[in-house]
Design a protein around this ligand. Sequence first.
Ligand code: HEM
Length: 536
Amino acid sequence: MLLADVSPQNIYLLTSIIILFSIGKAYLDKYKPNVRPASFLLSFFSHHLCSCLQFDHIPTIGRSGRLTSYLSAVKFFKNGREIFQKGYDLYPKGLFKVPTVAKWEFVVGGGELVEDLRKAGEEVSFHQGGVESVRFDYTIKSNIENSVYHLKIMRTKLVSFAPFCDDIHDECVAGLQDLIPANDKEWTSIPLWNTLEKLVARMSNRVFVGLPLCRDEDYLGLCIGFAGNVMAAASLINLAPKFLHPIVGPLFSPYEKHKRLVVKYLGPVIRERLRMKEEHGSEWEERPDDMVSWLVDEAQGIDAEVENLGMRILFINFAAIHTTSMIMSHVLFDLAARPEYIEHLRQEAKEVTETEGWSKSAIAKLYKMDSFIRESVRYSSLSGISMMRKVCDPDGFRFSNGITLPYGTSVSVISDAMHHDAAFYPDPYAFDGFRFYKLGKPDLDKGRDAEFHVKHAFASLSTNWVLWGLGKHACPGRFFSAHEIRATVAYILLNFDIKLEGDRRPDNQWIAHACAPDVKAHLLLRKRGGHENGRV
Ligand code: HEM
């Protein structure tokens, strides 16, 4: 497996060294202020945590002492959700900070300060925030951190994706046939997370690279494993101080392995498209309409090199697969745990698809389904924070309340706690699958479907619904992802009965700021009669 690049021994070794040095540094700072050389040396090892003690005017959730903040940082791994909730309860419209092992995380609670971040330019940089947390310079490279020409493509093609909906549906049907060996006689137990990851990878890659590659097990394994490998390596590199990055970066980076594999799987397709472009320009008969062609059309200079094009496709997969499949898992577990919703959603799916098929406009009419999905994500969450940014202005970033965050600090917006705030979501700890449908019903009754989508839909944006971020970096894949989720869940409900394997919904797993459904949990499925072709 690709993760072999980052062996458990290496992980333990580096983590232990860094924690020991960090604790040593904090101890020396506190009790032996005269031991300058040692302190100086060790300061390199814990600069993230210790350099920020100047921010005493910003409240800390947890401990802020040089030694004791490490205790809170360790606690954050297990209790991240509670720590963010406490911060939000105390400072719902303010700013607070949380110690993590690698750095201080500054968190905006809501209100005007979220608007400040939404309106801000590169002085609080989305890209530098991403570059740092994913450590592009070692893990992905490929000029992606300098050139973001793929964004223009995603903001057009993945918003106007109507021409690909038949293919997406076809891949959904074929994928479920291959991945779910269920029959109509008995319940079959399915590992939900693994199944959905593969299904989403297939559906997305049907649009990114087309047939037959979107069904190639090894290529799909690379796409699925890429995110985990990159994040594991980036976390380790980020634990080390900056001056050690040139040593630990290459040591842990999966880049060379990913590059070799992506050239193996995507190289022939990319080379052929480049050759055809050279001969015929961008218009040639039978030119496949997919992400490979779109990127080949736009790429210039080193961006048009085979391995860089391939790595960009892997990077787009990174953004697309795990987020979408996590949400599908939440939704299916929630539906199995609340079977009273199933018939309503099935009926809605039946009415819409029988008359209009599986087109973009048809699936956009699954309003109850959309509401259930949004409620499922609101209730369970993918993360405690959203909109991660890094302050890149040497003069710092000044919020409208007068507080300035200095150059180099990381700031984000609270999400899970805000999505459970009764001021925005009445009775927030009750699961109401039709919460957003009911809010949008007056608009729907007046035929104002667009209003529903802007104000209440799963893919909508607002300062109180920050799942997709806000402003110019708001997720460009959100409509595509929402379509995949609605269409897949509709198809599953029309073609399968679903049931929990145990007597309760599998618990979500929180680690630090991130939340995922139980990736080992199974769901029971049984085929329903008469709906085999998905066009009931
Ligand atoms: C449920 C699924 C998804 C979630 C929850 C999600 C969430 C996000 C969030 C929170 C951001 C950052 C916004 C900000 O900080 O302001 C983002 C950015 C991005 N997402 Fe998604 N995303 C999802 C699916 C997708 C898909 C399917 C794609 C592509 C196929 C995609 C591509 C991107 C890209 C390229 C960016 C960077 C935008 C930029 O640089 O301006 N995402 N997404």
